[in-house]
Design a protein around this ligand. Structure first.
Ligand SMILES: NC(=O)c1ccc[n+]([C@@H]2O[C@H](COP(=O)([O-])OP(=O)(O)OC[C@H]3O[C@@H](n4cnc5c(N)ncnc54)[C@H](OP(=O)(O)O)[C@@H]3O)[C@@H](O)[C@H]2O)c1
Length: 332
């Protein structure tokens, strides 16, 4: 097989603007079909992106025998249903984050994946990004000394009541949309699971979605603390502190594909001219993610972010809601 043939479920913005064009540039991925609830929308998307086939329902795409794998950028509450339907149709599945909204949902996905003998994974593209792969290598090499503290921040301003992020029934809210990133990256860097956490959430009074959140996670060998907000000035940063050094990932989540990403590194000096800046060659983390997933299918290897990893992330995310509700530390 030369390239994996991908089908896309929906005309979601993330697909049309980022993931599909990026996958079309891939060495091992080809986007052959797109489906929408509206055939008209599917046709417009297919013709503007040069995709061969357009379908007016998600089911029709799953029935296409010339599609090997499905990318699912549906609202969060639909991930379970369509991931399972796609796997039962014999397709490999790359589902957007967060793949599930409960631990039980992800467990169901794992069971169906194993029954169907397909590959399935979560689209945490950050873990395919060279800046994160190398940052973890720096931590592993001891460049910050002993890793002790990770501090993260991710925010944007979006108060549109029609946006899926602001609709509670669709799995909206800041923790599911962006809190999932500092959680997965803290687990990625510590290479451990948090033992317990405490959180505080503030909810939009009308939309009932969490719009401001702060979380402290205790890992066996350190702590991670982060804040996220859906109604604050747009900002993102991750700081990694060890006993001897500090790394600052400057565009940690929405890494641009038209200019280098930068990671600042210091070894205990607060003087700006003693900070080293690492600049990464321009890449597209969605192209790398798509190709890594396609290669995993071709070589029968592990996908970039497994459902088992998604399960561990979901345990943490659901514990954040539990802690905010009870006001107590939650053991994970
Ligand atoms: N990895 C990343 O960088 C990244 C970035 C942004 C978002 N995401 C994830 O990608 C997913 C989609 O996000 P998005 O912002 O791109 O979404 P979006 O633009 O709102 O698109 C969601 C699509 O789902 C379909 N849909 C089916 N039932 C729907 C319903 N009841 N309400 C609304 N839409 C419905 C629609 O497509 P049709 O009308 O064509 O059927 C719609 O275009 C989410 O899971 C999000 O967390 C990931």
């Amino acid at each position: 097989m030369e390239k994996i043939r991908w089908g896309i479920l929906s005309t979601a913005k993330i697909g049309l603007k980022q993931v599909i064009p990026a996958m079309q540039n891939g060495e091992f991925s080809k986007v052959t079909a797109i489906a929408s609830r509206s055939l008209e929308k599917a046709n417009v998307a297919a013709s503007s992106l040069g995709i061969e086939k357009a379908y007016g329902s998600y089911e029709e795409l799953l029935d296409d025998p010339d599609v090997d794998a499905i990318y699912i950028p549906l609202p969060n509450n639909m991930h379970l249903e369509w991931t399972i339907k796609a796997m039962r149709a014999g397709k490999h599945v790359l589902c957007e984050k967060p793949v599930g909204l409960t631990v039980g949902e992800v467990e169901q996905m794992i069971a169906v994946r194993d029954q169907c003998g397909v590959k399935a994974g979560e689209a945490f593209m950050v873990k395919s990004s060279p800046q994160w792969i190398e940052t973890r290598e720096r931590v592993r090499r001891g460049e910050v000394g002993e890793l002790q503290l990770i501090q993260g921040m991710f925010s944007y301003f979006n108060a549109d009541p029609n946006n899926i992020r602001n609709i509670a029934d669709l799995g909206g809210g800041g923790i599911w949309d962006i809190g999932c990133y500092p959680v997965t990256l803290s687990r990625y860097l510590f290479e451990q699971e948090p033992v317990r956490l405490v959180s505080t959430l503030e909810f939009d009074p009308e939309m009932k979605t969490d719009r401001l959140a702060s979380v402290i996670m205790e890992f066996p060998s350190g702590q991670a603390i982060f804040s996220v907000s859906t109604q604050l000035v747009a900002y993102q940063r991750m700081h990694i502190f060890g006993t001897k050094g500090h790394l600052e990932v400057q565009i940690p989540f929405n890494a641009p594909n038209d200019r280098p990403c930068t990671v600042a590194q210091d070894r205990g000096s607060i003087l700006l001219d003693e900070i080293t800046t690492h600049a990464y060659t321009v890449t597209d983390q969605y192209t790398i993610q798509g190709d890594a997933f396609s290669k995993a299918i071709m070589e029968d290897a592990e996908v970039p972010v497994t459902l088992e990893d998604a399960l561990d992330n979901t345990r943490v995310l659901t514990a954040i809601f539990e802690s905010a509700k009870t006001g107590n530390w939650v053991v994970i």
